[in-house]
Every structure is written in structure tokens, then in C-alpha cells.
Design a protein around this ligand. Structure first.
Ligand code: SF4
Length: 431
């Protein structure tokens, strides 16, 4: 992997009995799934007796944790997203979380989502104390550390300029550039811990399903090449020095695959070049997008061949929801089960033939769905599969929000055990 000149900059450390500042700490260069936290990228760190705060290359806080007894677990941490949400990563007892989500850490949010796992970490005083008062702690630290060496004093000054208000303004600018907050990211973005750069190449979706809580009223519309180019250039400026830590692109919004093949390929090529993913500190390049039954069935093989030639690993997540007509009708998805099943097999076919393209699929979970819903899914993911396959994840998305449920988890585990495809829960995360 080629690396940018920043990666050759050495870390510098300042340490006293009260504080340790590590400037330009070099983390892992690959995303890996481990039962202890391994953080990717280059970042800086301020550690006191009570806290650890981490900052990206724009000197903006993006991770924090407590060190005292009140902190739930030494492996757990808080992350601030570019959309300015604090997310708490909990171990959740490891085994249950890993089996259900494919990740060792469970993201917990401050907004309603469909997770059926986890507790309420933001009800814990120590967690809200850090997410709410980190800036005050840093101001106090700055007042105490009057004789910091210049290099570290400058770094602390930069950190202090990024106040909570300024970070919120930056998040608003990000949303303004991409045309609004992203209500949901694809589940596959978990492979890079949701560290994506979003680029809106189309808006809206085709079906406006009755059950869906993340849709908008926009009729499906593609952005022009000029609009996409302008977004890319504004995003590159916004991510600034921290761009080097990114290697992944999310093409929004809800059905980017419905865009023309030329527009999708143009967007990937232009963005990867402008964001200089070839020289990212983090190895590999990934592209994530959503597709629909219609957009998947309409894309010819030639398009997937071109995706492979782009050099990126492309994950396309398709909302199938159900392979049973009665269930599709009940949830208000205007499709036939025949078309859903055809899209499922088209995804399998692509996964078998295009090594750097992965089509993943979502099915819903809920109380009181017709019996045939689960039966017909199992027909596709077990009975019709000759072998166990490592590729083509199936995600189950609970329809209810903010209702952790042991019964749903039990139901999910029953299906997972029988599935011959990798099978996980889909936890809705916004950006
Ligand atoms: S499930 Fe997908 S296609 Fe249906 S309304 Fe929601 S975003 Fe649109």
C-alpha cells in the first residue's frame, strides 16, 4: 500500500504525572474484528487520570472514554460521528453480540433505532458526563497546563477551537452538502465501523413502502454529474486533513443502484480520485450503496464487471423484506414474491461470479407476521442452498423501534442456526 507523507510523521509524546499527550498516534491500517478494541487511522490522544480523549487530524474530538470505576468496562468507548452523534460501543457480553451482529461491539444510540439488543448506556451518568462535558474538561486542562512545550500547546489550542458549537455547525454543513441527514446507512458499513464519506448521487426510492420508517417523500431523482462533482469537492474540503484516514464511500440515498451505470461508475471514480483513497492510511477501498429489487434486476452483467474493474470492494444492500406475498401485501411493499425471489437469486449469481462485489439482502422481523414469511425465507437461505457460503450476508431488520426483545432475539437465533448464508441483525444507524 502506498502511503501519504503524513504516515511518515513520527508520533510525539508529552507526559507528566497528570497528563499524557500523544500527537499523531498511528493506529491500525486495517479494520479487523477483534474481541478487544483496535482503532484504525492516525489520531492524537489526551489522557488524564480520569479520561482518554482522541482527536482526528482536524483536531476534532471523535472518541472518549472514562478510566474510573464508574466506567462500565475498560474496553468500551464513546464515538462522535461526523454527523455529531455520540455512539456508545458496549461489549454486550461479547458472544451474543458477535453472533447476532458479526461485530464484537454493539453500537448504542441516543436516538430511536430498531436494535433488539443492549440496554440504555446513555442513562448512565458517567457516559453522559463525558459526552456532555468533555469540552469543559479540556478547558480546565488547558488552564492547568500553562507550561506545555509549544508543539503540544499548539495542538491543545487547536482542539479547544473545535468547541461543541463549532462541531455542530460542521455537522450541519456536512448535511447541507449532501442534501440532508442520512436516515439509514447500509448494514455492510459495519465492516469499516461506519467510517464512510457520504455522497448523494440520487434521492428518494421507487416503492414508498407503507411499513418503512426511513423513507422520504422524494420521487426517485438522479443528481447530475456537475452536482456530484461539486459535492465531492466540498466534501474533500470539509474532511480536510482527516481525509487520509478514510477508504470508504457511501453512495446515497435509498436506491443509488437505480442510478444509471454511467453515473454510478463516474461517482465512484471521481470520488475515489478526489478523496485519494489510493493513498489512504487505511488499506483497501470500499463502496457501499443500497439497491432495490427493480434496480438489481435491471443491472446487466457488464455493469458488475465494470465495478470489479474499479478496484474497490463494492457492497450493495437490497431491501427484499419478504419472499411471501401475504407479508409483502401486509407491510405495503408493492412487489410480487416472484420478483423478490428472482432478485434474491440474481444476488446469489452475482456473488458467485464477481469476487469484489457482494450483494447482501434485508428481510424484516416482527411480531404477528404470516407464518409463511419465515418459511419462505428459510426455503431460500437453507433448503435451496447446497453449501454453506461465506458471502452474501442476510440481515434481519426488526420493524419496531426502541423495543429490545428476547423473543425476537430467540427467533433470530433460530433462523441464523438454520441459514447457510451469513446471517445477522440489522441495526439502523443514521449519519
Ligand atoms: S423500504 Fe426502501 S424502497 Fe421501501 S420505502 Fe423504504 S427506502 Fe423506499
Amino acid at each position: 500500500m502506498q502511503q501519504n507523507s503524513l504516515t511518515t510523521v513520527e508520533s510525539r509524546i508529552y507526559a507528566t504525572k497528570d497528563v499524557k499527550i500523544t500527537h499523531l498516534k498511528q493506529g491500525s491500517t486495517t479494520y479487523s474484528k477483534m474481541s478487544f478494541p483496535i482503532h484504525c487511522g492516525i489520531y492524537s490522544e489526551i489522557e488524564t487520570k480520569e479520561f482518554i480523549f482522541q482527536f482526528n487530524l482536524n483536531s476534532e474530538i471523535f472518541r472518549a472514554k472514562g478510566k474510573g470505576r464508574e466506567w462500565a468496562h475498560p474496553h468500551e468507548w464513546l464515538k462522535r460521528t461526523p454527523g455529531n452523534d455520540w455512539v456508545y460501543y458496549s461489549t454486550g457480553g461479547y458472544t451474543g453480540v458477535f453472533e447476532a451482529t458479526g461485530e464484537y461491539y454493539l453500537p448504542n444510540f441516543q436516538y430511536p433505532t430498531n436494535s433488539i439488543l443492549g440496554g440504555h448506556p446513555f442513562a448512565h451518568e458517567e457516559i453522559t458526563r463525558i459526552s456532555g462535558s468533555w469540552y469543559q474538561f479540556l478547558l480546565e486542562l488547558q488552564a492547568q497546563q500553562t507550561d506545555l512545550p509549544r508543539h503540544f500547546g499548539n495542538f491543545l489550542n487547536q482542539v479547544i477551537t473545535n468547541s461543541p458549537e463549532k462541531l455542530e455547525q460542521k455537522a450541519q454543513l456536512l448535511h447541507e452538502i449532501i442534501g440532508g441527514r442520512i436516515s439509514v446507512l447500509p448494514p455492510d458499513a459495519r465492516h469499516v465501523d461506519y467510517n464512510i464519506i457520504p455522497l448523494t448521487i440520487s434521492e428518494g426510492c421507487l416503492y414508498k413502502c407503507a411499513f418503512c420508517k426511513v423513507k422520504n417523500n422524494t420521487v426517485f431523482t438522479e443528481k447530475s454529474d456537475a452536482e456530484i462533482r461539486a459535492q465531492i469537492s466540498r466534501l474533500a474540503k470539509l474532511y480536510g486533513r482527516d481525509l487520509i484516514n478514510y477508504n470508504s464511500l457511501f453512495l446515497g440515498e435509498h436506491d443509488a443502484l437505480q442510478s444509471s451505470p454511467e453515473r454510478i461508475l463516474f461517482s465512484i471514480e471521481t470520488a475515489c480520485k478526489e478523496f485519494d483513497f489510493d493513498h489512504s492510511y487505511t488499506a483497501g477501498t470500499n463502496v457501499f450503496l443500497f439497491g432495490s429489487v427493480t434496480s438489481l434486476l435491471n443491472k446487466p452483467d457488464a455493469f458488475f464487471r465494470q465495478l470489479v474493474e474499479s478496484g474497490a470492494m463494492t457492497y450493495i444492500n437490497i431491501g427484499l423484506e419478504s419472499a411471501d406475498q401475504q407479508t409483502l401485501d401486509k407491510i405495503g411493499k408493492p412487489l410480487t414474491e416472484r420478483l423478490v425471489q428472482e432478485a434474491f437469486w440474481r444476488g446469489q449469481d452475482i456473488n458467485d461470479r464477481f469476487p469484489s462485489v457482494e450483494i447482501t439482502a434485508n428481510f424484516i422481523m416482527d411480531e404477528n407476521l404470516p407464518d409463511n414469511h419465515y418459511k419462505k425465507i428459510l426455503h431460500l437461505i437453507r433448503e435451496q442452498q447446497v453449501h454453506v457460503k461465506p458471502k452474501g450476508s442476510i440481515y434481519f431488520s426488526p420493524l419496531t423501534f426502541d423495543r429490545p426483545s428476547r423473543t425476537r432475539l430467540f427467533e433470530f437465533n433460530r433462523i441464523k442456526i438454520q441459514s447457510r448464508l451469513p446471517t445477522y441483525l440489522y441495526i439502523i444507524q443514521r449519519f
